[in-house]
Design a protein around this ligand. Structure first.
Ligand SMILES: [Zn+2]
Length: 220
C-alpha cells in the first residue's frame, strides 16, 4: 500500500495532537495485516505490506556490515499503557513529553526500532533495514559490541510482566520469516532478546516472552 494512499486516508480524519501518526495508527488497526504474507522489498529495505513512518532516529550502518541478528524488545509508554500511539510518536519525535510524568524521564532519549508490533499484531516500520536504528544501546553479542551496527530491532508493545498477545507472536513470526529470506546472515539461532545482549542493564522483552512458542511458529 502506498504512502499516498495513507496520506489520502489521513486527510479524511479530524486532527488530534499528532494527526498524522494517530491516523496512520488507526488505519493500521483496520488493516488485518495478520492475513498477509510479509515480504521485504530489498531495494527499499522496507516490508511491503505495512505502514512506514519515517523516524529521524537512525544513521548509516558501518560500511559492508552484514545484517545478521534480530533483537526483540518490549516497550509501552507509559509502561503498561497500550494503544495510545505514544511509542510511535516517541520514535518520530512527536511525543508531547508534558502529557505524562513518565514521559519527562525519557525526554532526553532519541531512540527507534526498525519495527513496532502493537498488541493487535499490527506492524509499523520506522527505519529501513539498511539503516541503523537506535534500539540496543550498549550491548554485546558473541563478543561483538554495538549490536545496533549489525542487527534489526523489533519492539513489541508490552511490559516485562504481562504476557504478549498471540496476534503479536503471529505477526512477529511472519516478520522474522520475511527477514530470514531477505537477510541470509540472520539464522534462527541469531534471534535474541534485548536482555540477552545487554544483561544487567535491560530486561525486555521480559520473562513472559514465550521463546518456544515463537520457535514453534517459525517452524510452522
Ligand atoms: Zn529494549
Amino acid at each position: 500500500m502506498s504512502t499516498d494512499f495513507y496520506l489520502k486516508q489521513l486527510s479524511l480524519h479530524e486532527g488530534i495532537t499528532s494527526p498524522y501518526l494517530n491516523k496512520v495508527y488507526n488505519l493500521s488497526l483496520r488493516n488485518n495485516q495478520n492475513k498477509r504474507v510479509m515480504k521485504v522489498d530489498t531495494q527499499k529495505s522496507l516490508l511491503t505490506s505495512v505502514p512506514y513512518l519515517s523516524s529521524q532516529h537512525c544513521d548509516d550502518r558501518p560500511e559492508n556490515t552484514l545484517i545478521d541478528l534480530i533483537v526483540i524488545h518490549g516497550i509501552s509508554l507509559p509502561p503498561g499503557d497500550f494503544g495510545s500511539g505514544s511509542v510511535q510518536k516517541f520514535f518520530c519525535d512527536e511525543l508531547d513529553f508534558s502529557q505524562h510524568p513518565y514521559f519527562s524521564t525519557i525526554a532526553h532519549l532519541r531512540v527507534s526500532a526498525h519495527l513496532f508490533i502493537d498488541r493487535r499484531g499490527n506492524v509499523t516500520q520506522f527505519v529501513p533495514f539498511a539503516k541503523r536504528a537506535w534500539h540496543a544501546g550498549q550491548s554485546s553479542f558473541e563478543g561483538r559490541t554495538v549490536c545496533n551496527d549489525f542487527s534489526i530491532g523489533i519492539e513489541l508493545e508490552g511490559t516485562d510482566e504481562l504476557p504478549y498477545e498471540q496476534a503479536q507472536y503471529k505477526a512477529l513470526a511472519q516478520v522474522i520469516k520475511a527477514l530470514l529470506l531477505a537477510y541470509p546472515g540472520i539464522t534462527q539461532d541469531r534471534i535474541v532478546g534485548h536482555s540477552d545482549i545487554a544483561p544487567g542493564r535491560k530486561t525486555d522483552p521480559g520473562p513472559t516472552f514465550d521463546w518456544s512458542y515463537l520457535q514453534d511458529l517459525l517452524k510452522a
